[in-house]
Design a protein around this ligand. Structure first.
Ligand SMILES: Nc1ncnc2c1ncn2[C@@H]1O[C@H](COP(=O)(O)OP(=O)(O)O)[C@@H](O)[C@H]1O
Ligand SMILES: [Mg+2]
Length: 182
């Protein structure tokens, strides 16, 4: 269902002000050619807390079921050649015991981050907010608000990103409305 790409070259690390995980932008090679992916390099403690990679893939897939846009996502494999090409401080961020595939989303170009306070009349040109609200509640996504919209805007469209907190459902989850507090 999801393609697998090989990481070939690190382009840059995304600054912390745009997200706590500081994903890596990586040039990758797959069966359909080369593409840049934004890859989430979760630590072992990140992954033991929640099923973050599952949330990312399932959230992304379900977004399309709601006719909402999200970048194409794929598995990204870090092989030894790629790992050895990294600067030592980045190599240290990787857990050598964890050779699992990583979550990547195809890097969008020419986007802006959703600006908090955007008027509803403007916002609705980009996407239907009622459907976004329904989607975030369906996947139990608490990670979309005015502080962290996790929406990337192009000229006329909004792309949903970052579903790592989604689908973390327990017996207390059903009563709280989450997400879309923008
Ligand atoms: N597909 C993408 N294309 C371009 N930039 C992206 C993409 N995915 C994430 N980013 C950038 O990386 C930042 C952090 O990504 P995000 O998935 O929100 O991680 P975090 O969990 O750290 O918040 C985003 O705010 C955005 O700037
Ligand atoms: Mg985020």
């Amino acid at each position: 269902m999801f393609q697998t790409y090989q990481a070939r070259k690190l382009i840059r690390v995304i600054e912390a002000k745009y997200g706590h995980t500081q994903p890596w932008v990586i040039l990758c090679e797959g069966a359909n050619g080369w593409a840049e992916f934004v890859v989430k390099v979760f630590t072992e403690s990140h992954l033991s807390e929640k099923p973050r990679v599952h949330g990312e893939f399932a959230g992304s897939w379900l977004a399309t079921e709601f006719d909402l846009l999200t970048p194409e996502v794929a598995w990204v494999e870090f092989d030894q050649d790629f790992i050895q090409s990294l600067a030592p401080e980045l190599e240290q961020k990787l857990d050598f015991h964890d050779d699992r595939l990583k979550f990547g989303s195809k890097a969008l170009r020419n986007f802006q981050h959703f600006p908090p306070g955007l008027k509803h009349s403007q916002f609705k040109k980009y996407l239907p907010i009622d459907r976004l609200f329904a989607f975030d509640n369906f996947i139990r996504n608490p990670d979309r608000g005015s502080h962290k919209p996790n929406l990337l805007l192009t000229n006329s469209e909004a792309f949903l990103i970052d579903h790592e907190y989604a689908l973390d459902i327990d017996s207390g989850s059903r009563w709280n409305i989450v997400g879309s507090r923008i």
